[in-house]
Write a protein that binds this ligand. Sequence first.
Ligand code: ADP
Ligand code: MG
Ligand code: MG
Length: 485
Amino acid sequence: MATSIKDTALPDWRLQEILNITNEWALCNGVSIKAGSEGSETGKAVAAPYALFPSVVPAAVLHQAKSTMVEFNRLMHKIALDHEFLENSLKNVIKVDPFMGRLWDIYERVRSAGVKQPVMVGLFRNDFMMNCLDAVAPGELVRADRLELKQIEFNSIASSFGGLTQQLSKLHRLTVGLAGKNVTNKQLPENEPASGLASGLLKAWELYGNPSAVIVFLVNPIERNEMDQRWLEFKIYEKNPHVRILRRTFLEVNETGSLDSEKRLLIGDDEVAVMYLRDGYTAENYPSDEVWNGRLKIELSRAIKCPSIQYQLVGAKKIQQELARPGALERFISDHQVVQSLRDTFADQYSLDLGPEGDKAVELALANPDKFVLKPQREGGGHNLYNAEISKFFTQHKHSEERNAYILMQRIFPWQQKNYLVKTGVPFALSDVVSELGIYGVYIGSGDREIENYECGHMMRTKITGTDEGGIVAGFAVLDTPFVL
Ligand code: ADP
Ligand code: MG
Ligand code: MG
């Protein structure tokens, strides 16, 4: 839509009219989020931040991202079952990163107790940026073959925005129309990630095999993104209104949950078939031992977890970096074409583990800090280091083990477009923006048996050029969808 925005050149009064319509539409149709603690609206539903128009993605690029998803899904499952690979990849991280160390302890506890539930469920989101090989002015169209699709990260826990994005896809049909453009299904394709993700949870519930057992959405006590989660819940009811779904926190699971002699997880009197984690992805989610105990109880149980502790570990940035090593993918995938198609999406990545290889990476980063991103093993946005922060970090930790907790990644400079980002408190103006494309996927596997594996839709997050981080709830980016050219 980038060039279309420029070409359309709507007058301000009409833009304002459109904005008034879209803001109300967003609230009426659940493109919404709970207001943060900063104002009088705290806890009330407000429109989620969104791009007024969809952002352009070349058809070939979207196809590339979507077509690799089932291979990525399968790869994640295979890694989750490969103890040796997990241990070799994470052994230096867990020594210095207490959060990762504790996740690893839980994994070891599960292993020594014997895995009680072989079925594992992933609701994944694979995130990419379009690295632009040419220097073009923001808003100019770029040939698809001058854009490299590069993976930013693979999310294996609490992959969010399937719900809100499903609704935003509908809103974007409206905004393009209101701007006076006709739009085809190819340009704004059907996009129903919440539906696909809900099917995954429902399938897991069926596999558990007790029709009176419940699905639990494990949520943070202070959750601004509740509506996104509710969309998944409502989609499950649409498919099967007889399933009961509870929302619980780790603390509540710790206090009211118990394991019976068969390791069934009971919350009060309710047996849990599926535990869907929308919390527990990052260190701040575990403020006390009681919270950690809640997580441990879940992992030691027979409930089907989405994700299991193994799946969460596989989503670590360290694993992504280890997979980018020459030959690493071949351990899991025998088809060379498949290997190549995944590897094509990898950015350059470097281990920082103490030793000569890590030393070289540190030198690289210090020579050109603006060309890299320094990433710890965290989720949810706001944790990476850029530019001067990188130099500062390595000045302090050049030869210390602290650096094992991070990986170094080539910085992607995405194609810049023009769009209006609609956020409360931010002036409404045509801005230079960059986008991150996410592809949703569902995987259900039990040992070597693949039970479900599909790709189920896409999303975009768009931010003002020059903003380092990308989180929406964290306030950096807005929701968006692809306009396929
Ligand atoms: P998180 O799990 O916290 O979301 P990410 O790896 O996705 O961690 O990083 C957060 C944000 O930082 C991304 O949404 C993106 O905007 C930016 N980012 C991450 N890696 C890169 C990169 N290699 N190049 C450019 N930007 C990046
Ligand atoms: Mg991310
Ligand atoms: Mg993430």
